[in-house]
Design a binder for this molecule. Structure first.
Ligand code: WQD
Length: 338
């Protein structure tokens, strides 16, 4: 069964391609290589022994999207990762984010609406909740006004899909709201490849640990939390990837309760920035050089998932601990810098 993975050479996309291949799916990747490299294909092959089909296509080019679906009429499912995802950049370049994250989604859905039956998995984010009022966060928590154009594109994306599903019973969709993905495949053949200075905590920690960065700045320790630093739900990227395959199989098997469903993907455990640093020091045996600086604007205090729905309805539960995920992130960093 052929599955299209857009953004399949990216961080979460490549790990999902591996898990799809492990389950016997034939995978075709579309990626525009704007934030990834074709070399990632080698890593996927090194793990699974199977080379996915790959086409370099910019999904903003509507005619190219149409042409792709005319040539691949046997695509039974789409997992859509391709999007711009840097929160800070989205504030500076909102139109780039609305064009890249929204128009591409519309073009994909227009092609899927031509099919008798379409299965669509959407890469969403806990960012849609903003600062939720209650922890852990359930899927029923209200979606709050987005704090960035990036977050807004995820909210708008979910609305576009849910409204389309209402009038298109042939379209079956699941939105997966990720908490904080981290780590790398245990083989260290694929992992996170941030371009430039990492915005996210974990790659900045491992790059500091390996000596690429002088010092980690901890953005504030005066938050109303146990140790004053922000709390997040850090989930191993392989656990996240496996959830995508399970969600797609749910749709293919017609097990979905309605043709638009939403699931949180997290571990259910919150970890503070200082606890993440301690985890790095424990698994690497290295002391991390960091200093506390001012808060980063736009940061929320705390976000961690209520995972009951994904556990009970999807039958999925994150397996890795923070230390296991951190060990995989560190092993990957050591491997790519060696
Ligand atoms: C985590 C914590 C920072 C860097 C982002 C996206 C979100 C989602 C997950 C895609 C915060 C602190 C960070 C640093 C630090 N991605 N930090 N020093 O902001 O929770 O969420 O990734 O869907 O949309 O916004 O992740 O890793 O940037 O920050 O102290 O150098 O680490 O203040 O408390 P975030 P993050």
């Amino acid at each position: 069964m052929k599955v299209l993975v857009t953004g399949g050479l990216g961080f979460i996309g490549s790990h999902t391609v591996v898990e799809l291949q492990n389950q016997g799916f034939e995978v075709v990747i579309i990626d525009d290589l704007s934030n990834s490299s074709e070399k990632v294909l080698e890593g996927i092959v090194a793990i699974t022994g199977k080379k996915p089909l790959f086409e370099k296509i910019d999904l903003k080019e509507k005619a190219k999207v149409e042409d792709f679906f005319n040539r691949h009429t046997d695509v039974e499912g789409v997992i859509h990762f391709a999007a711009s995802k840097a929160v800070g950049e989205s504030v500076e370049k909102p139109l780039l984010y609305y064009e890249n994250n929204i128009s591409t989604l519309v073009y994909l859905l227009k092609e899927l609406s031509k099919k008798d039956n379409a299965n669509f998995i959407f890469s969403s984010s806990c960012t849609v909740y903003g600062q939720a009022d209650e922890m852990p966060i359930t899927e029923n928590a209200p979606v709050k006004a987005a704090e960035s154009p990036y977050g807004n594109t995820k909210q708008i994306g979910e609305e576009i899909i849910s409204e389309t599903c209402k009038v298109l019973p042939s379209l079956n969709a699941i939105a997966l709201r990720y908490f904080n993905p981290m780590g790398a495949h245990p083989s260290a053949e694929i992992g996170e490849l941030p371009i430039g200075v990492p915005q996210n905590l974990v790659p900045f920690i491992t790059q500091t640990g390996i000596g690429m960065r002088e010092q980690l700045s901890v953005f504030g320790d005066d938050y109303p939390t146990s140790d004053g630093t922000c709390i997040r739900d850090y989930i191993h990227v392989v656990d996240l990837a496996k959830a995508h395959v399970i969600a797609l199989q749910r749709l293919i098997g017609g097990k979905n309760g309605s043709n638009y469903e939403v699931f949180n993907l997290g571990t259910g455990t919150g970890s503070s920035v200082l606890e993440v640093i301690k985890s790095f020091e424990k698994v690497s045996g290295k002391k991390l050089n960091y200093k506390v600086v001012d808060r980063r604007s736009g940061d929320i205090i705390s976000a961690y998932a209520n995972t009951e729905k994904a556990n009970k309805v999807l039958g999925w539960k994150a397996a890795s601990t923070l230390d296991e995920a951190m060990k995989s992130a560190w092993d990957w960093e050591v491997k790519i810098r060696s």
